[in-house]
Write a protein that binds this ligand. Structure first.
Ligand SMILES: [Mg+2]
Length: 250
């Protein structure tokens, strides 16, 4: 572990008066999008024999993602949204018996029994932050059960003093950031938020008074939608966070 990196990170945080770092979990520290893709591909393999010939795995992914983008506007992240996805697939392919899709719903729901992989170097990044002695918490948008699976699988709990979950029936927004920050008893100006969703993390936390924000590029284009506020540090991936501390003037 680079001592210089720890020193620079610590100095960067200190000079900005940052006392807490609050991380988003899915697609910031974990490759959750990739887990969704894996389950969608598995679902495709279960149903492709009944789909119109010539519909490739790639095309099927695109169709499902278009449907997901639509139904999540209504259902947020409650797994019940998959039920809507299944119904819309049945509508899209009226020649396919509807039970072909509904019989395989469990494949899609496997997502919530597994932990997605960590993004490259997530542990290294967390260890460096921990070495700076900064206090850290998580605000995630998932059920407590699924969150526990993810934290336990990767041994992440030791890094965080608090883990907040935004209700799966809500849209992750300003009130969740406000509640988490109030619960920590810290001035939002002394918080650094790291997340991959422009709306649910970056814009929402800014509205909650958070000045210091790092946006980590997401594979999930749904999360990249929305206008980026000013003075947000954007990095392509989690490792890019160290570029902030080494390249920018501190
Ligand atoms: Mg996320």
């Amino acid at each position: 572990m680079s001592k210089t990196l720890i020193t620079r990170t610590k100095k960067w945080l200190k000079q900005r008066g940052i006392e807490w770092v609050i991380w988003d979990l899915d697609d910031t520290l974990l490759e959750t999008y990739e887990l969704f893709v894996a389950k969608i591909d598995k679902f495709y393999k279960s149903v492709c024999g009944r789909l119109p010939s010539g519909l490739s795995q790639e095309d099927f992914r695109k169709i499902i993602y278009k449907i997901i983008a639509r139904v999540r506007k209504r259902r947020s992240v409650n797994p019940i949204f998959w039920q809507d996805v299944i119904e819309q697939l049945a509508n899209k392919y009226p020649d396919v018996e509807p039970n072909v899709f509904s019989d395989n719903l469990s494949v899609l729901l496997e997502v919530y029994q597994e932990a997605s992989a960590l993004v490259p170097n997530a542990l290294e990044v967390l260890k460096i932050f921990r070495k700076t002695k900064i206090k850290m918490a998580v605000l995630t948008h998932a059920s407590q059960e699924w969150t526990d699976i993810k934290l336990k699988t990767h041994g992440l709990s030791k890094f965080f003093k608090d883990v907040f979950t935004a209700s799966i029936d809500d849209f992750k927004g300003t009130k969740h950031w406000q509640e988490a920050i109030a619960s920590l008893g810290v001035d939002p100006k002394k918080v650094l938020v790291v997340g991959d969703s422009v709306e649910g993390d970056i814009r929402a936390a800014r509205k909650a008074g958070v000045k210091h924000l790092v946006y980590v590029g997401s594979s999930w284009d749904l999360h990249a939608r929305g206008e980026m506020p000013e003075r947000v540090i954007e990095v392509e991936n989690l490792e890019g966070i160290f570029g902030i501390f080494s390249e920018q003037e501190i």
